[in-house]
Design a binder for this molecule. Sequence first.
Ligand SMILES: Cc1ncc(COP(=O)(O)O)c(C=O)c1O
Length: 391
Amino acid sequence: MFEEKISQLSLSTPPSFIRAILKTTESKDVISFAGGLPNPISFPKEQLQESTNRIIENYGSKVFQYSQTAGLVELRKYIAERLQNTQGIQVTYDDIIITTGSQQALDLIGKVLIDPDDTIILEEPGYLGAIQAFSQYRPHMCAIRLEDDGMDMNELENKLKESNAKFIYTVPNFQNPSGLTYSPEKRKMLFSLARKYNCILVEDDPYGDLRFEGTPYGYISKADPSGSILLGTFSKTVTPGMRLGFMVIKDDTLRIRINTAKEAADLHSNIFSQYILWDYLTHNDLEQHITKIRALYQRQCSTMLSSMETYFPEEMKFTRPEGGMFIWATLPENMHAIELFEKAKEKNVVFVPGNPFYIDARNANTMRLNFTNSDDEIIVEGIKRLGELIK
Ligand SMILES: Cc1ncc(COP(=O)(O)O)c(C=O)c1O
């Protein structure tokens, strides 16, 4: 009835393919490699319950009251200190804004930086939540092919030369959807190209802490974040349900604009959750907790990889992530992931076909498989069913 009233802005926002998929796969019988869900056994339920009781006792009405837009100072101080201790990043709590998940940060970046037809640069395949968030503001989205060790730097430099792009959006560690990580060489190149062309580097790093093999790299701009926006989240290390993430922005003008946009969006992120999270972080050992999650995901990833070796046809390629939550697989040339998805659904196993991770809706022969939210036996069974179908 209200069809003709819908704004152009809303019309340019595609619905999330994954959410649509997840709806069809909520049944208990379905083996789902589709969502990007953390394993629920990693949620520190008892500790969060203790923190909830403690903050109400200690702080009373404050935890239920309106609060400031940038977020709880104590939580921002904790984040600044951890970034300093784990990666040597020079930040203070003043540089940090708490967001309603890092997803909100993506929306705020779009709102504050994009005018219609501005060029922005993304990875391809890229995080579809970012494609969705940015597309609301109708930019010209320029996709740079992701190679095994990061974006194709020649293609990137060509685009930067010709486009006056506002920002480059990257997920440098265990990228969603590919599971790939930028090499040290490409990190240096990306950083210097962004600087050379005066382009903001937006680094989204929800998975960096989930490295179960090799040496951690952290953020690309860790030595000098002044020209970058760094995004982080507690969704993968504590719980996604609290919806708490953060932005690090050293540039005062940009940070003030983002803060104002956030004020207009939600006044502030849930302060009750912020208090609980802060109390949890200061009464428990986060690093020890993350170590347990890493061990769990390493086992699940290795089970999925070895099942893929056993059951998938030899000509299939797949990434071998050293962390994170996803494996990216490439089907034989002539196969369409969407068609496989429909057939797999009949066999009660689902994944995300590659299509929504590309900016143009092509017939992708790629697929994203999540390994963190299924038990080992389920992983083996699901991959076996998929392998039989593909063959
Ligand atoms: C690359 C990337 N960025 C941002 C998000 C959003 O995370 P959240 O809003 O839960 O922090 C996700 C979630 O899966 C993601 O993969």
